[in-house]
Design a protein around this ligand. Structure first.
Ligand code: CMP
Length: 139
């Protein structure tokens, strides 16, 4: 059965460009409830740990650098079928392929600077949420 929570981050370029409110508005209007949320600046090592699964990929270095260049917004979201529905709301990784109206079609700049992260499975949603939030920070 699909879970009802997912994890997301607004990436540094979108925070720096003042798109936090616009992105959260689309997410809330999409039917998601914010369970937890914080702003923080990842170190390169922390970004590397979060994206460890991509460590063999050619873009890993660029990804870690980009994710630690400024503050991010990390949050947990709740909705029925959260992981799949959120990935639909944000659109394809590559903004050139993202459907019109999706978060990435509006706010992404490139495949790397693609505005937001969204978990790809219930298992990763749980792991990624635990990377940033304790049980006491979830409501
Ligand atoms: P995200 O959903 O956070 O998950 C992995 C990230 O790696 C992805 O979004 C992009 O920011 C980045 N990424 C994926 N593919 C590429 C690529 N081909 N070139 C550069 N960055 C990429």
């Amino acid at each position: 059965m699909a879970g009802n929570r997912t994890f997301s981050m607004i990436k540094p370029h979108a925070v720096a460009d003042n798109h936090v409110g616009g992105i959260l508005k689309l997410i809330e209007e999409g039917g998601f409830r914010i369970v937890a949320l914080k702003k923080l600046h990842l170190t390169g090592a922390q970004a590397g740990k979060f994206y460890e699964v991509h460590s063999e990929r050619p873009f890993y270095g660029e990804l870690c650098e980009m994710m630690s260049e400024g503050p991010i917004i990390a949050f947990i979201l709740e909705k029925e079928n959260a992981v799949a529905d959120f990935r639909k709301l944000i659109g394809a990784t590559d903004p050139a392929e993202a459907e019109a109206g999706t978060v990435r079609s509006i706010y992404a700049k490139s495949k790397a600077e693609n505005a937001v992260h969204g978990s790809d499975s219930d298992e990763n949603a749980a792991l990624e949420s635990a990377f940033f939030f304790s049980a006491l920070e979830r409501f």
